[in-house]
Design a protein around this ligand. Structure first.
Ligand SMILES: Cc1cc2nc3c(=O)[nH]c(=O)nc-3n(C[C@H](O)[C@H](O)[C@H](O)COP(=O)(O)OP(=O)(O)OC[C@H]3O[C@@H](n4cnc5c(N)ncnc54)[C@H](O)[C@@H]3O)c2cc1C
Length: 470
């Protein structure tokens, strides 16, 4: 059976790799619009630096990406975060305040570090701690992240911690993001234990003493995440990947699929896997299934810009004794977050240099694409100087714009996912994998790829089953 996968981001590559693991001779082609594999995963190696223009690490608590690295024999290249300085900061009034030890995304797990923290006022801390005594909501509804956080923790904790921490991951608007789709573990804690505070007392739920995003669980690869997508492409076989093949339309002719590309080439397939972002999936599906196409089109996306900057260590007044910081909206700044890449991972920058990654844009700053490179550099430097006491200009700046790259799991997202899944269930031999539905992180994309491969396997095995003649 002829299998065509559209898109060579991590989702498409993981799909292809997994199919070939069980059938090395599968008739499989990947059609990629661009000139390289990896999609949003994009690493540059310049001036002695490892520059991540997209993602810089992945979670190991969701096992799929790590499993994939092991399967590709990349385990010896896995790079843990630095053991020292495993903490994150919140930017507040010109200062970087460390997240209290044991703080897990939304909620404190340790009493004294939370009380000791300078992030919240006494009133804000009391509201946060009273969460443990608040009754759970009776209504089982899909509420916004803001409504959930306000109801449980109060205004100050929402504005200073929840909005920048969770809003920052999705570069989204907490007034639209679905609590059920973005922080399901906390919604579940409220349902199961009555409150998040009481759930946190259950030690089995609290495994890490790191602050913020549990950095010990984040890893990358020595030479950057491109190592993973390059290893996948090599294992799949580069001859199977057709570059500069932007698929425009999918047609069904009898039992066969026909993929029409924008440059006039047609490809036939028995099985098609769309491993494309939601907007691209929407336009590819427009002719054969306007309803499914409209469902994909309704997934909102945010755009962002990543600025990597290389400084002399001596030009930074701040000790950079953490992995980075997030900036609450109430600070009214251009940057929404900044990672101290060379503190977070060894070998990211030469000796006596500091590499940082600043993020701008997101759903709350849709005008980010209007600005020129010069404007972006200026406003980023203005913000970084405000928090980090920077006394000089960076030696190098790398700017990468990501239009419509981050899907927004807004209220109603879970119903939308069901609608889309039903749509695919009606169309045998048409499969989807990607970040738009069931997880934006790399491990979730790998899982989506593995699941798509499993569906392909079932279809090909069904075809191979011998006809039993009575
Ligand atoms: C700035 C940024 C930082 C991030 N940081 C992290 C992080 O640190 N950790 C983490 O786990 N996740 C992170 N993410 C999320 C994660 O990187 C993405 O969700 C993931 O890489 C998406 O992979 P994908 O294969 O589904 O899609 P993509 O990477 O978008 O790949 C899709 C591919 O399809 C191709 N394509 C599109 N249309 C067509 C068409 N019509 N025909 C043929 N090909 C087509 C594209 O060219 C592309 O190669 C980040 C995302 C962004 C934007």
């Amino acid at each position: 059976m002829k299998i065509v996968i559209v898109g060579s981001g991590i989702s498409g590559l993981a799909t292809a790799y997994s199919i070939l693991q069980t059938d090395a001779t599968a008739d499989l082609t990947i059609l990629e619009a661009g000139q390289r594999v990896g999609g949003i995963i994009s690493t540059r190696s310049e001036n002695g630096c490892v520059i991540e223009e997209g993602p810089d690490s992945f979670l190991t608590t969701k096992p799929w990406a790590l499993d994939l690295c092991r399967s590709l024999n990349l385990e010896n290249q896995i790079l843990q975060t630095n053991e020292s300085n495993r903490r994150a900061f919140i930017a507040l009034q010109g200062q970087l305040q460390p997240l209290p030890e044991g703080f897990m995304l939304l909620a404190p797990t340790k009493f004294y570090p939370f009380l000791d923290s300078k992030i919240l006022s006494a009133g804000g801390k009391i509201m946060g701690l009273l969460e443990a005594f608040k009754p759970p909501s009776d209504a089982v509804i899909d509420e916004t992240l803001k409504s959930f956080a306000l109801r449980r923790f109060g205004q100050e904790m929402f504005e200073k911690i929840v909005q920048p921490m969770v809003g920052g991951i999705y570069t989204g608007d907490p007034e639209k993001l679905s609590a059920l789709a973005t922080v399901p573990q906390f919604v579940e804690m409220e349902r199961k234990y009555g409150s998040i505070g009481r759930a946190m007392l259950n030690k089995s739920l609290v495994k890490s003493s790191d602050s913020g995003a549990r950095y010990s669980a984040f890893v990358t690869l020595n030479a950057g995440l491109k190592t993973l997508t390059d290893a996948l492409a090599d294992s799949i076989g580069r001859a199977r990947i057709k570059f500069a093949c932007p698929v425009q339309e999918l047609l069904q002719i009898g039992q066969q699929w026909k993929l029409k590309t924008r440059n006039g080439n047609d490809f036939d397939a028995d099985i098609v896997v769309l491993a494309t972002p939601a907007k691209a999936s929407s336009s590819i599906l427009h002719t054969i299934d306007p309803e499914l196409s409209a469902a994909f089109a309704s997934v909102e996306h945010s755009s962002s810009v990543v600025l990597n900057m290389l400084f002399n260590t001596d030009d930074i007044g701040h000790p950079l004794d953490g992995f980075g910081f997030v900036v609450p909206e109430l600070e009214r700044r251009s940057i929404i977050a900044c990672s101290f890449s060379s503190t977070k991972f060894k070998g990211r920058a030469p000796h006596n240099k500091v590499l940082m990654r600043a993020f701008l844009g997101g759903i709350l700053h849709p005008d980010v694409f209007v600005y020129s490179d010069g404007d972006l550099i200026q406003s980023t430097l203005r913000d970084l100087r405000h928090y980090l006491k920077i006394t000089n200009y960076p030696q190098n700046v790398w700017i990468r714009r990501w239009p419509n790259a981050m899907p927004q799991y807004n209220v109603g997202h879970l119903q939308l996912v069901e609608r889309i899944k039903d749509g695919f269930a009606r169309r045998e031999r048409l499969i989807w994998a990607g970040s738009a539905l069931t997880g934006v992180g790399i491990p979730d994309c790998v899982r989506a790829g593995f699941e798509a491969a499993e569906q392909v396997r079932k279809l090909t095995e069904a075809r191979k089953e011998p006809v039993v003649v009575a």
